[in-house]
Design a protein around this ligand. Structure first.
Ligand SMILES: C[S@@+](CC[C@H](N)C(=O)[O-])C[C@H]1O[C@@H](n2cnc3c(N)ncnc32)[C@H](O)[C@@H]1O
Ligand code: SF4
Length: 463
């Protein structure tokens, strides 16, 4: 059997065989796989003390509670519905904020300004409404929220109540992400996540009525028993709600890291070619209905701030995926949260128990991290521009950062194969990922990442 198409250009099957390796999602560089326990609370304390605060910081708060446990889930969470546990968690989130602020120290007697707050999970709407409001009152006591342009939350529509939505209106929630995944009952049964379109429609209407101006829906492809028809039917149905943004995530099957994913019958998982067909079909449908593709897995209506940022080359990538947030300092609070200053990245204890005992003892609850040196920042910017814009002028970044282009000289020979297969074009030092190459952009980024080969197996597949 010939390996090439009659034209000599590689077929989709050949491209997948060649480039669908395991690779990081490049939500940061260095990636979380490079974090080590050698960087901990002492380093984070020192970085906070030196953190640049001329611009507002971003806050990320992780709420690791869910009503149900979906078998595909890759998030750090557990099934928990006890009000007392959540209330003490909120106490500790505020205490962790105090610990962070104590390390930042007095800066001209002014409170630290916050530009955006993101509640992630798990399921932030598991917090009882009064706890949500208590949390925000506590944040307002500690930080200057006067410049806060966005308050966002990841929500499970099945758990959303009118009381919670009204509390969200009072704290000023402006952006909400609702988990949808797939609307076919057969696929939902295969991942233990029943959810009706009516529930999602109600949630979308209720949130918009309370002032949410940017609504995002999370969809997935590559789930067990999922076929192109399921993905396209789901996309078509949710498109009727005109969400400002849609995220279409490929299911990351990593049972060696998330043992509950072993509940999924691997024989039911679509193969790489089927996954590819599903993501392409959804993208084609959304394009015909007016959504602009953003990066690898997002779509936005042209009026949305993410679409505007992408058009202006200002799209960014962080631990929540694609973002418009340009703040240089991100403070993560809660179990497993990741924080960042220009000096480095740290992650809190992922086990809620360990996080609780560290905070209760008055320690910064950091488990691991990595320092970012100027060379990492240089490579990181190249990777971020590729992930966001699919094109990067390496010479320009080299100049702006005062680096030597020889530092990435070893990368160009690695890109030859991509070039021959039509996945990238190279014009001087301008590297551009072609339309054909976009699904494989993580593999292109990995060519710049000296650690990619060692850590390959810990990640999900590229497509
Ligand atoms: C925190 S959850 C969303 C909020 C809420 N807990 C819910 O499920 O509706 C974040 C999103 O991550 C995505 N996700 C979770 N596990 C994943 C995995 N293994 N691979 C790819 N995407 C995943 C899903 O689309 C999910 O909606
Ligand atoms: S997908 Fe959402 S609701 Fe399901 S287990 Fe993960 S965080 Fe919880």
């Amino acid at each position: 059997m010939s390996l090439s198409s009659p034209t000599g250009a590689p077929t989709t099957r050949e491209l997948i065989a060649r480039y669908d390796a395991h690779a990081p999602r490049y939500t940061s560089y260095p990636t979380a796989a490079q974090f080590t326990p050698a960087v901990g609370a002492a380093e984070w304390g020192a970085w906070l003390a030196a953190a640049p605060l001329d611009r507002a910081v971003s806050l990320y708060l992780h709420i690791p509670f869910c009503k149900r446990l979906c078998w595909y889930c890759g998030c750090n969470t557990r099934a928990m519905n006890r009000v007392g546990v959540m209330s003490s968690y909120v106490d500790l989130l505020l205490k962790e904020a105090d610990l962070v602020l104590a390390r930042i120290g007095e800066r001209d007697g002014r409170r630290v300004r916050v530009g955006s707050i993101h509640l992630g999970g798990g399921t932030p709407n598991m917090l009882p409404p009064q706890e949500l409001e208590r949390l925000f009152a506590g944040l307002a006591d500690r930080f200057d929220l006067g410049d806060c342009f966005e308050i966002a939350a990841e929500l499970d529509p099945e758990v959303l109540t009118q009381d919670w939505v009204e509390a969200a209106g009072r704290i000023g929630l402006s952006r909400a992400s609702l988990g949808v995944q797939d609307l076919s009952p057969r696929v939902q049964a295969a991942v233990n996540r029943p959810e009706s379109f009516e529930t999602i429609r109600w949630a979308a209407d209720a949130l918009r009525a309370q002032g949410v101006t940017s609504l995002n829906l999370d969809l997935m492809y590559g789930l067990p028993l999922q076929a192109v028809e399921n993905v396209v039917t789901t996309v078509a149905q949710v498109a009727t709600l005109r969400p400002d943004r849609i995220a279409l995530f490929g299911y990351a099957h990593v049972p060696w890291m998330k043992p509950h994913q072993k509940l999924i019958n691997e024989a039911d998982l679509p193969g790489p070619e089927a996954r590819f067909a599903q993501s392409q079909a959804a993208a084609r449908y959304l394009a015909t209905k007016g959504w602009q593709p953003i990066g690898l897995d997002h779509f936005a209506l042209p009026h949305d701030s993410m679409a505007a940022a992408a058009r202006a080359g200002r799209l960014r990538r962080n631990f929540q995926g694609y973002t418009t947030d340009e703040a240089p300092v991100l403070i993560g609070l809660g179990a497993s949260s990741i924080s960042r200053t220009p000096q480095g990245l740290v992650q809190n204890h992922a086990q809620e128990r360990d996080w609780r005992s560290a905070v209760a003892a008055g320690d910064l609850p950091v488990a691991r991290g990595v320092a970012v040196d100027p060379r990492d920042a240089f490579v990181g910017e190249i990777i971020e521009r590729l992930m966001c814009d699919f094109t990067v002028d390496v010479a320009e970044i080299t100049r702006e950062r005062g680096r030597d282009i020889a530092e990435v000289a070893a990368v160009w020979p690695r890109l030859c194969r991509f070039q021959l297969d039509g996945l990238v074009t190279i014009d001087g030092a301008v590297l551009t990922v072609t339309d054909l190459g976009r699904p494989f952009v993580r593999a292109v980024c990995a060519a710049f990442d000296p650690g990619a080969a060692d850590i390959e197996k810990r990640h999900a597949r590229v497509v």
